[in-house]
Design a protein around this ligand. Structure first.
Ligand code: FMN
Length: 197
């Protein structure tokens, strides 16, 4: 993450701590691995759901998750790319609230590379020929759906979504008194500083 001209107190330290948390959360399972991802639907209503943070890039200031390209969240973020992501790690007492813009990655090599890193269980999430949220017939066998399909069909359903983080709100409730720092990004420059928790 470029910290070219920090103008507020706590900017470099907060950025470093934020990306350390996110790097750990995407390298192994921590309390910050499971995020709440908020979108706005086309009717203007908020929508929020859990997603696993799978990668981050501190230099570019991005976090990424995998999802089904047919899911409601993908439709929503294609219409309104502004999203919010929140994690809280009970072991450290740190909440991160991130805001940014989401993009569905189209680069074929990157999609292949990410898919190659998934285990069988993760890939299985893309086995269903019907989109997420499709009502099931009362007698439908949910576990057998798509099981005989070639892996390519599963791959085609997979979306890698990257969020370019434009704002960070870091709250440490383990500190006494609690500490909260709010940062915003303009280009590669981050500004901001401590605020009343
Ligand atoms: C522990 C847990 C982890 C999840 N991880 C993901 C994930 O990484 N990607 C994803 O698309 N959905 C994930 N889900 C399911 C979503 O929360 C959600 O139910 C699903 O994606 C449909 O959301 P949508 O209709 O808003 O698109 C996870 C759910 C739980 C409970």
């Amino acid at each position: 993450m470029t910290t070219a001209q920090p103008t507020g107190p706590g900017v470099p330290a907060t950025l470093a701590a934020t990306w350390r948390t996110l790097t750990e959360a995407t390298s192994r399972r921590t309390g910050s691995t499971l995020a709440a991802l908020a979108t706005v639907d086309p009717a203007g209503a908020p929508q929020v759901r859990s997603v696993i943070l799978r990668a981050c890039d501190p230099d570019r200031g991005t976090v990424a998750f995998a999802t089904d390209v047919r899911s409601a969240k993908v439709h929503e973020l294609r219409v309104e790319p502004r999203v919010a992501v929140t994690v809280y790690d009970d072991a450290t007492g740190v909440q991160l609230r991130l805001a940014g813009r989401a993009t569905v990655v189209t680069d074929p090599e990157e999609r292949r590379r990410r898919w190659a890193g998934f285990g069988a269980h993760t890939r299985r999430a893309y086995a269903s020929p019907t989109p997420p949220g499709t009502p099931l017939a009362p007698d439908a066998a949910t576990t057998a759906a798509g099981v005989d399909e070639p892996d390519d069909a599963w791959f085609d359903r997979f979306a890698w979504v990257e969020v370019r983080v434009d704002a960070v709100d870091r709250l440490d409730v383990s500190a006494d008194p609690q500490e909260r720092v709010v940062l915003t990004r303009d280009g590669d420059a981050w500004t901001g500083g401590p605020v009343t928790p």
